[in-house]
Design a protein around this ligand. Structure first.
Ligand code: SF4
Ligand code: SF3
Length: 547
């Protein structure tokens, strides 16, 4: 079966995954169902926009869209049944909304095909899922810009969803998401309008990340400097991965006093930096590296693994029965934990299974240091400013973003290793696993790798940059001694990138390869307007960026 997906950095041959399954393991069926889900959300947003103008909007649409976008993020959900159910649910919601507008005799204008298509017949759903998708737009430049917006929205929806889980919301972000979805169906919009929409996506990306920062810090305190144990203990453990801190909290509470320890994996590592979590004595530390190492590391972990979000690698049979998902993540054959009406999740089955498992095999030992989100860095501001003024620190390098399995990502280890000793790395996201265990030392007590947290905590890095701009009384954020060498993989990194562009950051280097969804012309626009560039070799880039 055919598919077309080029939303992540590992798109086959740097073009797109088009055969029976993607490099990530997503089947063509799943890819097509995801395309249909996006298609339906565009149509639903069209009616919701009209309904909103008459104060008739449906909350269920807003929820559906935020969840739906999140589900289609790379490596979040591989379960066809989930997508089929969502499609059926979406068509029903859309139909009800349309009926509501019709009953009130509200003019629905000229709806795009996305709003008009409707069928609950399984065969027709399958046929439609093969028809719709990225290639609907023939012009590759317009397609490129539309998809840049869509991928940004996916990342934004994920961050918004996490904030919502913690009781924070911003309807303006939801309204923007829906408006932008409709805009991608508008064949009258040209490249200029779509470039503006891309930047607006970045603007709302900043808002979503700020909201999530507020949600996380109000719920769990400000991240603080923390030494995280990377060894293993003697109790059985549960490994938790992904980005959802609310799941983290619930798991810690429910495992307390059970004799089962909790370990973080990949993007959950920064949970170790939060005061509200550090207080649990059975919160052992972090196990392993970035997401793509999971086949090896989940085998040796021995205990159950809970995925709260992306990034899932299709599991081996040897540990599949120990793998659980929650929220918008999913994998067929793995138990999904659903919340009750108040949002509480019952992890008792996972805990019971953990009790019967052996303790994790220790694969490394020692500690790593992190917790340098904005509040902690501001507390060190005097030291940092002094180090810059005295020349002890010549440059900061923002190296946040994602990790991935491609061999050429060893570039980031080489780059970090070869950096001159008067430089400091600012990082966030799972990209850090390429260098966070290197012994790079410190400069006058400031570690040379400052980890702010998860990819969404890139917001912290922007806040730190803006604060430094203020302290040094500069007119332009680009006058700071900060260079950007960002690694990307999935759509959360896309929204981080767009947010940085919106904040006026220029000359961002993006690697290990530029996105396949950027057409040559659109790459040209990004180079010209924002100085975006790729990466070459660690040697060359250090010469060009740092020296
Ligand atoms: Fe390919 Fe990435 Fe799409 Fe997976 S998400 S199918 S690897 S482009
Ligand atoms: Fe990593 Fe998936 Fe993107 Fe959140 S866990 S940064 S890749």
């Amino acid at each position: 079966m055919k598919m077309f997906c080029y939303q992540c950095q590992e798109a086959a041959k740097g073009i797109a995954c088009q055969a029976g399954s993607g490099v990530c393991g997503k089947s063509a069926e799943t890819a097509n169902l995801q395309d249909l889900l996006i298609f339906i959300m565009k149509g639903m947003s069209y009616y919701q926009g009209i309904a909103r103008n008459h104060n008739l909007e449906e909350k269920s649409v807003d929820e559906y869209i935020v969840n739906g976008l999140f589900k289609t993020i790379t490596n979040a959900n591989f379960d066809d049944l989930v997508f089929l159910k969502e499609i059926e649910k979406g068509l029903k919601i859309k139909r009800e909304l349309f009926e509501k507008l019709k009953q009130k005799s509200i003019d629905t204008g000229n709806p795009p095909p996305h709003a008009q298509w409707d069928s609950l017949d399984e065969n027709e759903i399958e046929m439609q899922s093969k028809k719709v998708g990225v290639l609907e737009t023939e012009n590759e430049d317009l397609r490129s810009l539309q998809e840049l917006v869509i991928y940004g929205l996916k990342g934004m929806a994920a961050y918004l969803h996490h904030a919502q889980n913690l009781g924070q919301d911003d309807i303006d972000i939801v309204k923007f998401i829906e408006r932008a979805l409709v805009s991608t169906t508008d064949r009258k919009l040209g490249a200029d309008e779509l470039v503006s929409l891309v930047l607006e996506t970045g603007e709302y990306g900043v808002k979503a990340m700020a909201l999530l920062d507020k949600a996380n810090t109000e719920a769990y305190g400000n991240p603080e400097i923390t030494e995280v144990n990377i060894g293993a203990g003697s109790n059985p453990g549960i490994l938790i991965s992904g980005h959802d801190l609310s799941d983290m909290e619930q798991l810690l509470r429910q495992t307390e006093g059970t004799g089962v320890d909790v370990y973080t994996h990949s993007e959950m590592l920064p949970a170790n930096y939060y005061p509200a979590f550090k207080k649990y004595s059975h919160f052992h530390g972090n196990y392993g590296g970035a997401w793509w190492n999971q086949k090896k590391e989940f085998e040796t972990f021995n205990g159950p693994i809970l995925f709260t979000t992306n990034c899932i690698v299709p599991p081996l049979d040897s540990y599949k029965s120990r793998m659980y998902t929650s929220g918008n993540s999913g994998f067929y054959g793995c138990k999904h934990i659903t919340p009750d009406e108040s949002g509480k999740k019952d992890f008792s089955e996972i805990i019971q299974q953990a009790k019967k498992c052996r303790a994790p095999v220790e694969i490394e030992s020692g500690t790593i240091v992190g917790g340098f989100a904005h509040n902690q860095v501001f507390a060190l501001a005097d030291k940092v400013v002094e180090a810059v003024k005295s020349g002890a620190v010549k440059k900061f390098i923002v190296m946040g973003g994602c990790d991935g399995r491609m061999k050429n990502r060893s570039y980031y280890t080489d780059f970090a290793e070869q950096l001159p000793e008067d430089t400091i790395i600012l990082t966030a996201g799972c990209a850090k696993f390429r260098y966070n265990k290197l012994k790079l030392g410190d400069i006058g007590g400031i570690p040379r790798i400052l980890d702010a947290g998860q990819c969404n905590d890139s917001y912290s890095l922007a806040v730190i940059a803006l604060k430094l701009k203020e302290i040094f009384e500069l007119d332009d954020i680009n006058e700071l001694p900060i260079v950007y060498n960002i690694a990307w993989y999935e759509q959360k990194a896309v929204i981080v990138l767009l947010a940085l562009l919106f904040l006026g950051v220029k000359n961002i280097h993006l690697g290990p390869t530029l996105p396949a969804f950027l057409s040559p012309n659109i790459t040209g626009v990004l180079v010209e307007k924002f100085g975006i560039a790729g990466v070459t070799t660690a040697d060359e880039d250090i010469k060009n960026l740092i020296l």
